[in-house]
Design a binder for this molecule. Structure first.
Ligand code: SF4
Length: 426
């Protein structure tokens, strides 16, 4: 049956209440310190400014947003304004199963629905087993809370000396600069704080955090996260990076983001020009599945890499989504092709209503076993569990060290063969 062409932007009803304006769309603010900004880009420069749209994207745009133009599609603000936030909108692009239509109670942290049109184009007409679909569409299991699950399993609140700062490791700090994301992942570790009423903190409200960072000279590394820092306005990102640059003991800054994957349009030339002014700057990008590596995502990562920013990936291990060794290997290979170095595979944190996402630890160990020695070393990330209660990241490795025989060390290689290393040195 031929599909009609519903204009998704005309469907206004929100089933999931999240009507606060994204920070990127809010009016300009005055900043506590004066920092020189880049000149404003003229709209006519849009075609060179943003990553091009693929043929799949253009087809999706024509079908579901017939009144919009290609320039609209390539404008990240348009993507945020026109994101899918209701089941009615979602049902225009795919048929939902009963367990996906459910909206329940019992999990106070359940995230609202939010998917950028771009990311939705990856799941158009997909079946309920589609990996990307399972990451972003709420299901009934989210409302079933099991023993051992917690709202803030990593106890970040307990390691937060001032608002917006988590200081768990001695020499580095996590700086939560926004509670907004352009697309919400159903397994989000910070579902207790993202997408809440006041998810756009505003840079003026980060002063206490800046002062903490300024006064703690032991902090040499700051990770900007949230929420997703790259959903903020250029001016805000520039301001935060400039403020951090002024703190002499901070040696470098990292940004944790999923924007290049769910909103590649955000990676504009102007943003890259801002970011590259603040080297050394590192980016950890949240990837989940090889199907995410589209022409737009490749272009976004190429721009960031060309701006001299080292790119690493972070991937949450998820049941029925990326827990097959072949899927994870395909993802790691695809990442290297787009100049992203696989960095971490995380065991899924036990947030409320997460059991349907969590795999046994042996699954993660099996994936590492299937990679180590069987592919390029660069394609092998570190598999970690972030210890519940705030113990930090603990790496897990299959058993390669078998013990000692006298002074010799017995080692197992990737083929299961045992070797001796003469560990004679005193
Ligand atoms: S992008 Fe990160 S912070 Fe945002 S919902 Fe996904 S996991 Fe959470």
């Amino acid at each position: 049956m031929e599909k009609k062409s519903p204009d998704l932007s005309e469907i206004k009803e929100l089933e999931f209440v999240n009507d606060e304006e994204p920070p990127s769309l809010s009016p300009p603010v005055s900043y506590p310190l004066t920092i020189k900004h880049e000149k404003k880009q003229r709209p006519s420069a849009l075609s060179k400014e943003t990553p091009p749209a693929s043929s799949r994207s253009l087809k999706f745009l024509k079908t579901y947003y017939p009144a919009a133009t290609e320039s609209d599609w390539r404008d990240w603000r348009w993507q945020i304004r026109n994101s899918i936030t209701s089941l009615q909108q979602l049902q225009k692009i795919l048929s939902l199963a009963d367990h996906e239509l459910f909206r329940g109670v019992g999990n106070k942290d359940a995230l609202p629905l939010r998917i950028t049109p771009y990311y939705a184009s990856l799941i158009e007409s997909s079946g309920e087993d589609n990996a990307i679909r399972k990451c972003v569409i709420p299901v009934i299991d989210e409302y079933i809370v099991k023993n051992g699950e917690a709202s803030d399993p990593l106890c970040e609140g307990g390691h937060s000396p001032v608002p917006n700062i988590v200081h768990r490791y001695p020499d580095r700090a996590l700086f939560l600069v926004t509670g907004f994301c352009s697309t919400y992942c159903r397994y989000c570790t910070r579902s207790h704080m993202v997408a809440k009423d006041k998810c756009h903190f505003g840079v003026r409200n980060l002063e206490e955090a800046f002062r903490y960072l300024e006064s703690h000279t032991e902090i040499r590394d700051v990770l900007l996260s949230g929420g997703d820092p790259l959903t903020m306005k250029d001016e805000d990102i520039s301001y935060i990076l400039a403020r951090l640059k002024k703190i002499r003991h901070i040696e470098f800054v990292r940004i944790g983001t999923k924007v290049p994957v769910v909103l590649p349009q955000r990676i504009t030339q102007k943003l890259c020009n801002i970011l590259k002014k603040y080297h050394p700057l590192w980016l950890s990008i949240h990837f989940t599945h090889p199907d995410e590596i589209s022409p737009e995502v490749s272009e976004a990562c190429a721009r960031l890499a060309d701006a001299g920013i080292p790119l690493g990936s972070q991937t949450v291990l998820l049941k029925g989504i990326n827990d097959q060794p072949s899927v994870m290997k395909a993802l790691m290979h695809a990442l290297l092709r787009i100049r992203v170095r696989p960095y971490y595979i995380y065991q899924c944190d036990p947030i409320l209503g997460s059991e349907h996402f969590r795999t046994p630890v042996e699954t993660g160990l099996g994936i590492i076993e299937s990679l180590r020695g069987h592919t390029t070393g660069y394609a092998v990330p570190t598999y970690v569990i972030d210890a519940p209660g705030g113990g930090g990241k603990i790496p897990l490795l299959p058993e390669y060290y078998l013990g000692r025989d006298g002074k010799d060390v017995l080692l197992r290689n990737f083929e299961g063969k045992v070797f001796r290393y003469p560990d004679q040195s005193e």
